[in-house]
Ligand binder design. Structure first.
Ligand code: PLP
Length: 385
């Protein structure tokens, strides 16, 4: 297959491989935090090893961690859950989303997916034989998900609605009134809600994160995932969870047992330390992303690139259609000329070839250097405005 023909995750892997071949590459699209995992979490993992915690855990996770998760989702998300029956600990957000999809969707079932969205949902749906029904969103109105558009695509086969807020890659946040409307739609058509709260601690300006399970009518029809990867800079530790109604969580637990059994016990003890320890490191990271967001948006403004204002998350999805280039082509050009990697929108959804994703996950100095280099390529383009 030629370079330009690759799509989705394969396209990204190809670009990342090329980026790694240059010693001076700056990755402006990366998805993993650049911070170290806070030291008290690392210390807890070491201690678990010293204590010889090599045993297998129940598929749903160790009891103290489930208690800590129940406290966390109550405190931050206002969701009430019973730690005995309504929580399953997972190998990061990735396994959580796979289990949610398989627990709810069977062959031929449809799920409404506002797009662009996080690719792995679609990949997981393929394993379930489920059908994605897209609701497009656009940078023109900051990737607003219009409930009327959601209503329009529902059919007798629709089984679920995916709500990722803040969303990746659009950085859009679903407001409380909109979330209430989504629950109303789910009630009217007896749909499940798959909620992804992984960026819940990262919201900007006056935007607020709202979990559908915290609203009237939401809890009984929502499975909600979260993970420590983003908030605690623990991407490689692989720790996440799903919370939801006990009957569905029993199914999630069976699936978890079949897919991977218990999650690594060392990571579970680390997660316990994260959720019960000091919050300052999380706050420091959130404040830093806030400052870097400004740096990236100012640079995009200077380059004349339009974007949906990031309301949350750790990235911005920017519209490069004025260049007349496809996002894969432009990402390739910036990478070859400047050794700077931005992620092409077509890697997230093939109909989003006019967007690039840029993240706030580099130290400010590196971010500025990467943006300056990107400006050089952009300034040389013959563009139509
Ligand atoms: C929206 C969303 N959900 C889930 C995940 C997977 O999370 P994890 O890295 O914990 O597997 C990601 C990762 O980028 C994400 O952006």
């Amino acid at each position: 297959m030629s370079k330009q023909k690759k799509q989705g995750t394969n396209l990204l892997y190809q670009l990342i491989a090329e980026a790694r071949s240059y010693p001076d590459t700056i990755i402006l699209g990366r998805g993993d935090p650049d911070f170290d995992t806070p030291p008290h979490i690392v210390a807890a993992a070491k201690e678990a090893m010293v204590q010889n915690h090599g045993e297998f855990t129940p598929p749903e996770g160790i009891a103290p961690l489930r208690e800590a998760i129940a406290n966390r989702v109550k405190r931050i998300n206002n969701i009430d859950v019973d730690p005995a029956t309504e929580i399953v600990v997972t190998n990061g957000g990735q396994e959580a989303l796979f289990l949610m999809v398989l627990a709810v969707l069977a062959k031929g079932d449809e799920m409404v997916v506002p797009e662009p969205n996080y690719n792995t949902y679609h990949d997981s749906m393929k394993f379930a034989g489920a059908v994605k029904v897209s609701v497009p969103t656009s940078a023109d109105n900051d990737f607003y998900i219009d409930p009327a558009e959601v209503r329009k695509v529902i059919t007798p086969k629709t089984r679920a609605l995916l709500l990722v807020s803040p969303n990746n890659p659009t950085a859009g946040v679903i407001s409380e009134p909109e979330m209430k409307e989504m629950i109303k739609i789910a009630e009217e058509h007896d749909l499940m809600i798959l909620a992804d709260d992984i960026y819940d601690l990262f919201v900007y300006d006056d935007f607020k994160h709202v979990s559908p399970a915290s609203l009237p009518g939401g809890k009984e029809r929502s499975l909600t995932l979260n993970a420590l990867s983003k908030a605690y800079a623990m991407t490689g530790w692989r720790l996440g969870w799903i919370v939801g109604p006990a009957d569905l969580m029993a199914r999630v637990k069976e699936l978890k047992a079949a897919v991977s059994g218990g999650t690594s016990i060392i990571s579970q003890y680390a997660g316990l330390a994260a959720l019960t320890g000091p919050e300052e490191p999380v706050q420091m990271m959130a404040d830093t992303y806030k400052r870097r967001r400004r740096v990236v948006l100012d640079a995009l403004d200077e380059m004349g690139i339009k974007y949906g204002v990031p309301q949350g998350g750790q990235f911005v999805f920017a519209d490069i259609s004025f260049t007349g280039m496809d996002s894969a082509e432009l990402a390739q050009k910036i990478l070859s000329e400047q050794h700077v990697l931005v992620y092409p929108g077509s890697a997230f959804d093939k109909s989003r070839a006019q967007y690039i994703r840029m993240t706030f996950l580099q130290p400010e100095e590196k971010l500025r250097e990467g943006l300056e280099k990107m400006k050089e390529t952009m300034s040389k383009l013959q563009v139509s405005r």
